[in-house]
Design a protein around this ligand. Structure first.
Ligand code: EPZ
Length: 419
């Protein structure tokens, strides 16, 4: 086990380059199941979750190799179709294997992902849509047993916007018989990046990035000649918030401002100065951080994956702010840990009332999920009276590539220690 130790009080200055997006790379790697041959992927982040999906897919018969930082994937010999509980329980996104396995093999046995710290995380919408496409499913001993002779196109309405639900059905639909229309589809950049990947394989998809996606089934697909994964907007947003919180100045290279409009707007409203530079953004922190309200929404609204990080900033803002979490029912677990550092936060259902304080104080805290870990590190960067210790940082390593090294290169006092 390891922990991250942070000596607070440093203003962060310098340049950082954003890694590939975890939540784009996961469905894109899963989509390589759709056809044999060597797929060539670049800008895949080196993360625990990526290792996990590669391990599960290797057990299905998929071959991976790496050359000069690029990932090559070949599912020519895929023969197995089971994603086992012991691996799925460590990464819910394994459910993204369901659609491509059904498209390729006509069967799949996937452990039900189960809930996680931030919520029950049901997959009923994934299963509803697959049933509409002709898939027969039964739930036995915690596994979904699914099979279908031929997937058929369907008109599907998601009554809740679901990112991986949209992605799973897109992948199931690309070689189905006929047309599939997804209504109330997710518009996230990661969904669009998957659509780009599928089109590079020969799929016919239009409307990605809007709430109606149309997929016309094709007979054959070919491996992608090359696909470059988009930058991780959540990592970029984490550094943007860090610049504002530490009254620093960070140039965030390789991020896509058009993926961050809601975050840019909120940071400007707290008083940070942002400007587009080269292939990224420069963020200058304000002397005093203004308190502003924020409500998480599906893209293009403020992302739920940055809610905990934004809350850490509101803990040292000049007034009171209300943070409303509308996506997940239990995504305030970081609150009790922030309160151990002296934060003044009251929760009332989906709302958190944050009363800003002059400073936070260092303390040993415990990460409970991926984005909560980032929130606690940000709080540690501004905490005084000693060093903050963030425990259980295996959560962090699932979704951030070398985060403490990147922060150290910006002048933070931060290092990893064995527990
Ligand atoms: C994706 O999760 C992301 N994960 C999450 O990032 C992200 O927080 C979330 O989208 C929202 O943007 C990946 O892309 C791998 P949803 P996903 O289905 O697809 C309900 C991170 O930190 N719902 O869009 O699982 C669900 O309970 C992670 O990187 C159903 O009710 O989220 C939630 O309330 C955390 N039934 C809402 O929809 C379903 O069948 C949105 O969930 C599916 C979802």
């Amino acid at each position: 086990m390891e922990k991250i130790v942070i000596e607070g009080g440093h203003s962060l200055k310098g340049m950082v380059t954003i890694s590939g997006a975890k939540n784009a790379a996961l469905p894109i790697i899963a989509s390589c199941l759709l056809t044999g041959g060597w797929h060539r992927l670049s800008h895949v982040p080196r993360l625990k979750d990526i290792q996990t999906i590669k391990l599960i897919m290797s057990n299905l018969g998929v071959t991976f190799r790496e050359e000069e930082g690029e990932v090559f994937v070949n599912s020519e010999n895929v023969h197995e179709y089971e994603a086992p509980y012991n691996l799925v329980k460590t990464m819910r996104a394994s459910i993204l294997l369901l659609g491509p396995l059904l498209a390729r093999l006509g069967k799949a046995k996937i452990s039900l992902p189960g809930g996680c710290a931030i919520g029950a995380r049901p997959i009923n919408l994934h299963l509803m849509a697959l049933a509409a496409m002709g898939v027969e499913m039964r739930l036995e001993q915690g596994y979904i047993h699914a099979q279908v002779d031929r997937l058929k196109g369907a008109n599907i309405f998601f009554d809740i916007t679901t990112v991986t639900g949209t992605e799973n059905i897109m992948m199931a639909a690309v070689t189905a018989d006929g047309q599939t229309v997804l209504q109330n589809a997710a518009k996230e950049p990661e969904v669009q990046d998957l659509a780009d990947m599928l089109r590079s394989m020969g799929a016919q998809i239009t409307g990605d990035g809007t709430d109606t996606i149309v997929i016309d089934g094709v007979k054959d697909l070919r491996p992608t000649p090359q696909h470059h994964v988009i930058p991780d907007r959540i990592e970029a947003g984490t550094f943007m918030i860090a610049a504002a919180m530490t009254n620093g100045e960070i140039t965030i290279n390789g991020c896509r401002p058009e993926h961050l409009a809601a975050v840019i707007e909120r940071l400007q409203s707290v008083g940070a100065e942002l400007e587009k530079v080269g292939d990224g953004l420069r963020v200058r922190g304000p002397g005093t951080i203004k308190s502003v309200d924020v409500k998480t929404m599906p893209f293009p609204g403020f992302p739920t994956d940055l809610q905990a990080q934004f809350m850490a900033m509101m803990c040292i803002a000049s007034g009171s702010s209300v943070i409303k979490e509308t996506i997940f029912e239990n995504r305030f677990i970081h609150v009790s840990e922030l309160k151990r550092m002296g934060a003044d936060i009251k929760i009332n259902g989906p709302h958190a009332l944050v009363r800003g304080k002059a400073r936070l104080s260092a303390a040993p805290v415990m990460a409970t999920d991926l984005r909560a870990s980032a929130s606690l590190i940000l709080a540690g960067l501004v905490a005084k009276e000693g060093n903050t210790e963030v425990n259980r940082i295996y959560h962090l390593d699932r979704g951030y590539e070398d985060l403490e090294k990147k922060f150290r290169s910006l002048g933070a006092g931060i290092w990893r220690e064995k527990v």
